[in-house]
Ligand binder design. Structure first.
Ligand code: PMP
Length: 360
């Protein structure tokens, strides 16, 4: 199928009509190849070229579709997962949704263990996608009853089953090394001075960062963005000390208490880190809706705040890339609710001219 598209040339400020010939095979064929969106307002404000990967356009709705497909393909190629097998994972959100889609598309059973603090919408969606869902008590990683350990033990108890182990299975970062990284390199014609994003498993940051560093012979800077309550910013700032950190964040899917294997593949090459408070993420979330028409989850907004701060650090003329991880649809009852934001003390984070968007 050839689709007519309008391409905008920034230098000549003109549109030209072009064609993409993207005809794909099934759900898995539609994963990746997302557009790179130029963020006009913040590029103009900083004098930089701020660009963001539209990962919400993946067929399962998030950046984690790439990791889900990556870990399943890897298990198939290594002979660990055979036709009719079962995929088991511990996940609170997007990875589970990505896995459930890929499992349906490839004929596997899918079993998800998640903390019982998660929204009913997520549980319902996973069940609608055919996954068997086990909500379990939300206890710390160190506790053997943690949802990840339960997923691992459950997979062991079955034959022809794998635990995809998204945090420590580096097939996750590799999915970004072979897809997201090359796409950003190509879409910026190799002119990408810096890349930044927050991490959950660390797969996106490590995979994209590693590829861009290799292609640019180390010139592309890679910065980690961290929400409150995560230990990674202080780990990087202190030169490698893992200290306990209190606090929490409204940004779901990101923040980490340890160096996962995925993050570990790049942690020593990271150029710096930025801690982003929730007030800034919420303000940017509403701003991106107002200025660009983008309806995003909070981790995407945090990533754009980090890209803007990095642009200010590096100065005009640089290209900074980041990730728009998913859309707001999975969180709208929170992020666009005055009451919910009030319970988090974040009602004043929305600039007054943008309060009209918090309609719930
Ligand atoms: N944003 C959202 C909404 C996510 O669900 C995740 C994955 N947990 C991330 C960002 C972080 O991605 P990664 O696991 O590759 O670090």
């Amino acid at each position: 199928m050839r689709t007519s598209v309008l391409n905008f040339n920034r230098a000549s400020k003109t549109f030209t009509r072009g064609f993409t010939s993207r005809s794909v095979e099934g759900f898995t064929g539609a994963v990746g190849n997302t557009p790179l969106i130029h963020l006009k307002k913040w590029s103009e404000k900083t004098g930089c070229n701020i660009v963001a990967k539209a990962e919400f356009q993946n067929p399962g709705g998030s950046v984690k579709d790439r990791a889900a497909l990556g870990v399943i393909r890897d298990a198939e190629e290594r002979g660990l997962l055979k036709p009719g097998g079962t995929v088991v994972e511990g996940t609170a959100g997007n990875t589970g949704i990505g896995l459930a889609h890929v499992c349906r598309a490839r004929g596997y059973d899918c079993v998800i263990f998640m903390p019982n603090t998660q929204s009913q919408e997520k549980i319902d969606l996973l069940r609608m996608l055919g996954a068997q869902v086990h909500p379990v008590p939300a206890v710390a990683y160190e506790n053997p009853a943690n949802y990840n350990h339960q997923a691992r033990d459950f997979a062991k108890s079955l034959s022809n089953a794998i635990w995809t182990d998204q945090f420590d299975n580096t097939a996750n970062a590799n999915a970004h090394y072979v897809s997201t990284g090359p796409e950003i390199w190509e879409q910026t014609s190799g002119k990408v001075d810096a890349f930044t994003c927050a991490t959950g498993t660390g797969g996106t940051l490590a995979g994209v960062g590693k590829y861009l560093k290799e292609k640019s012979a180390g010139k592309t800077q890679v910065w980690l963005a961290d929400p409150p309550g995560s230990v990674l910013h202080s780990y990087i700032q202190s030169g490698g000390k893992l200290t306990e950190r209190g606090g929490s964040s409204i940004t779901e899917g990101i923040g980490q208490g340890r160096i996962t294997n995925n993050l570990g593949t790049l942690i020593n090459e990271i150029d710096g880190s930025l801690k982003i408070e929730d007030e800034k993420s919420i303000s940017m979330l509403y701003d991106l809706l107002d200025s660009e028409g983008l309806y995003l989850g909070a981790s995407s907004a945090l990533n754009v705040v980090a890209a803007v701060e990095l642009a200010q650090k590096l100065g005009p003329g640089h290209t900074i890339a980041t990730i728009l991880c998913d859309g707001a649809y999975r969180y709208q009852s929170r992020l666009f609710s005055k009451k919910w934001l009030e319970t988090k003390g974040l009602q004043d984070a929305i600039p007054s001219h943008l309060k009209k968007y918090s309609v719930l």
